[in-house]
Ligand binder design. Sequence first.
Ligand SMILES: [Zn+2]
Length: 113
Amino acid sequence: MHEMSLSQSMLEIIQEQAAVNGFQYVNIVRLEIGALSCVEPEALEFCFDSVSRGTVAEGATLEIVRVPGRAWCWNCSHLVEVERHGDPCPDCSRFEMQTRSGSEMKIKELEVA
Ligand SMILES: [Zn+2]
C-alpha cells in the first residue's frame, strides 16, 4: 500500500529528528500533501498509527494540509492551480495540461515534547 510506505518514510524522518534534537514525544505532525498526490488522508492516519507504535511518534496527531497542484496549460500558456488529475484548465477549459507540482508530500512541522 502506498500510504504504508509513506508512513514508514515519515517515521524515519521523525526518528532522525528525534535523534538530532533529543525530544521524547511527538504530539502533532503537520503535513502538506499535494492535491495530485493520490494520498488518502484517512488511510495515511491509519498506517501511521500502526507503524509508529512503540516509537517517539506513538499516538501523534497528523494535521494534514492539502495544497493545490500546479499545471501548465499548453493552450493558453498559463500556470494554473488544479485540484485533481485530469481537471481542465480553469482559464480556457481545455485539457492540454502538464502537471508541474502537487504530487509531493512533506512534513512541515513537528510539535514535540
Ligand atoms: Zn488554459
